[in-house]
Design a protein around this ligand. Structure first.
Ligand code: TYC
Length: 102
């Protein structure tokens, strides 16, 4: 059988179309009752913002009604929303937190 050629079937890799997973913005809403200092603490505690950045985000929300705390994968964003809601509830503040696809 010397010299006999094998069938030349080439299996080309199909280009795999994978999109990066969607990311989610975590946002807080303004209200008239939650103390400013409490919002700054929340932003530092759950979103790892330093005091200056946390204050800037809090003031933006206070003036504009809504602001982004951070952008995360779906699971992480959902955890942050739960953490903020339960921390606000525990302290009896009506602070609202939500997530939205980026
Ligand atoms: N508006 C609030 C106040 O005047 C402060 C505040 C800021 C509340 C941001 C919620 O997400 C918020 N005490």
């Amino acid at each position: 059988m010397a010299g006999r050629q094998r069938e030349g079937t080439v299996l080309e890799a199909k280009p795999v179309k994978t999109k990066p997973p969607p990311m989610y913005k975590v946002m807080i809403l303004n209200d008239d009752y939650t103390p400013m200092d409490f919002v700054v603490i929340v932003l530092q505690k759950f979103f790892s913002l330093n005091r200056e950045k946390a204050t800037a985000v809090m003031l933006k929300v206070h003036r504009e009604g809504m602001g982004v705390c951070g952008v995360y994968s779906k699971d992480v964003a959902a955890t942050k929303v739960d953490q903020v809601r339960s921390y606000a509830k525990q302290h009896q503040h009506p602070l609202q937190c939500m997530m939205e696809e980026n």
